[in-house]
Design a protein around this ligand. Structure first.
Ligand SMILES: O=C(O)c1cc(=O)[nH]c(=O)n1[C@@H]1O[C@H](COP(=O)(O)O)[C@@H](O)[C@H]1O
Length: 278
């Protein structure tokens, strides 16, 4: 039987702690890393981050846009980065933020979480703006294939708060409605396959994202590092669910450059472990 994404994520979190390293080859970072503004540059960047991550963290999160900007060559580079990461035993979260009407979502499931697909990842980020129900096909396919998804609930960027904390017709909040609908079928005692994105910069209470709703839900929490949240926010923001949280950092790690990145990752990973008392 295929091992569930929740079980694989649990094992990665328990072995390596919460740090998830974002692979975001911003144009400015390619320059400082001495790499070209082309598909060769983003491929090399991604492979070097994977090299540093292997054995030091459990999860990497390549940001698709920075590869996509080079068209088919960029996607080929992304395929190589995914393959190298998975071969190194890292879980790969494709930060693609997909989400469309149901029939089109089938194509996204084929692309990002279908075993054997050229862009096969372990999980993909999804936007629920066309309705959580429209994502059902991806959620069902993820569970069946031992893959995961992270649905955007309360994102780390300040512009999102008004929309995501808006009040729904039943008096709750949009983010909580997304959380409830997306994770409804995942009830159980262990981590599920359907995760949520909840920024480390947000006040969960303002979005109705109480612990009760999130007990067994994997949480992808960007906002640590460059956006201002610190490792201590793992416990101050997430409290009793902190052990189910992936603390995602991109620029704060990547700015260490090709020579410093392994040490930066190690130190940062250790800091999160200390916060959790591991
Ligand atoms: O889905 C994401 O990963 C994501 C969600 C969110 O709420 N906020 C957020 O910053 N992200 C991504 O997380 C990364 C954050 O990068 P840094 O701010 O450099 O750590 C970027 O790749 C964002 O696209």
């Amino acid at each position: 039987m295929t091992e569930s994404f929740g079980a694989r994520l649990r094992a990665a979190l328990d072995e390596h702690g919460p740090l998830c390293v974002g692979i975001d080859p911003h144009a400015s970072l390619l320059d400082t890393w001495g790499l070209g503004q082309d598909a060769v540059g983003v491929r090399e960047f991604g492979l070097r981050v994977v090299d540093a991550a292997a054995g030091r963290v459990g999860v990497v999160k390549p940001q698709v846009s920075f590869f996509e900007r080079f068209g088919s060559r960029g996607f080929a580079a992304l395929e190589d980065v995914f393959a190298a990461a998975r071969a190194a035993g890292l879980l790969v979260v494709a930060d693609a933020k997909r989400g469309d009407i149901g029939s089109t979502n089938e194509g996204y499931a084929d692309a990002w979480i279908e075993p054997g697909s050229p862009l096969e990842a372990d999980a993909v980020t999804l936007s629920p703006y066309l309705g959580v129900g429209a994502l059902d096909v991806v959620l069902t396919r993820a569970r069946a294939a031992g893959k995961g998804v992270f649905v955007l609930a309360a994102t780390s960027n300040p512009e999102a708060a008004a929309l995501q904390s808006a009040t729904t017709s039943d008096g709750g909040h949009v983010a909580a409605m997304v959380a409830r609908q997306a994770t409804a079928a995942d009830a159980g005692d262990a981590l599920g396959a359907i995760g949520l994105v909840i920024g480390a910069t947000v006040d969960r209470a303002a979005f109705g994202l109480d612990d009760d709703l999130l007990r067994t839900v994997p949480v992808l929490a960007p906002g640590f590092g460059a956006q201002g949240a610190t490792p201590d926010d793992l416990t101050t923001r997430f409290g009793t669910i902190a052990r189910n949280v992936l603390a995602s950092e991109s620029r704060s790690i990547l700015r260490a450059g090709p020579d410093g990145i392994a040490v930066r990752m190690e130190e940062t990973a250790r800091r999160y472990q200390e916060v959790l008392g591991a």
